[in-house]
Design a protein around this ligand. Sequence first.
Ligand code: CP
Length: 319
Amino acid sequence: MSIELAEFEAVPRSWTRRHLLGLEELSAEEITLILDKAEMFREATAGASKKIPLLTGKTCVNLFFENSTRTRTSFSLAARRLGADTIDFSASTSSLSKGEMVIDTAKNIEAMRVDAMVVRHRTPGTPHLLAQNLDCSVINAGDGPHEHPTQGLLDIMTIRQRFGHIDGLTVALVGDIAHSRTARSNIWGLKKLGAHVIVCGPSTLVSPRWEEVGVEYCYKLDDILSRVDVLNLLRIQFERQYSRPFPSVREYAHLYGMDRQRLAKTKGNILIIAPGPINRGVEVTPDVGDGPHSAILQQVSNGLAVRMAVLWLVTGIEG
Ligand code: CP
């Protein structure tokens, strides 16, 4: 056995969860354990491009009822690089069109002897429902606007790589907080690790009630630029809205778009991240999104290592 494999021989006893449903329910220690293991996978697999066959003989299913590029692809790759078999379920060509319920769909797929199900659905709580009704591990890959835990973890991993710590940093989440599962996972994860979190956007998309859980809110991006260490630029999710939350996209870009002029008002070592997909020219201009402060593609690479760590942990616990 190689040194790398020996390091991953057994899931630590401190990890006891068969499912990953959200960061709100995890402790700081559990989040740190996932991040540390993700770093080990990243190093042991040379950026997660080399195989490390810890899940040989296991089967992971991607059960996506919403579209995805990054999450679905990286869960598939993560499972394959761990030696597992993978199945990509496509909702649009499935028997859902004949009226089959989500829970029956999941139970039928599980009956084919599946070890982990990665679930994305527009309805909050769907992964939780499946976790209560299935024997296999369930991983939340985004449930409506509720949570997207692996996105939160890869964002936090990227921030930790840049600064070496999370404690004491000021992180601003900018844009559509109301509909963003990424925002919620970031808020819970970052706060547990000791960051100060600010939510910033139009008043139609940012609630002052975030203050009740210790999150600062503000409506003017220009007011906070000089004191933030990290800007996480969130996409406006028009697909989840029945009416426009601001008069025009142009006006939104004018008030909240990150461009070169705004960049000049930030700390010299500002880190800019975005969960993707990004709308160039709306939440960020191309020169800033592709510039030296941006870690947008590094986030995607980290996503692979995070998802390898999560698949290994949740399928590897005893009993
Ligand atoms: N960030 C994210 O979840 O991207 P996808 O929707 O492409 O998976």
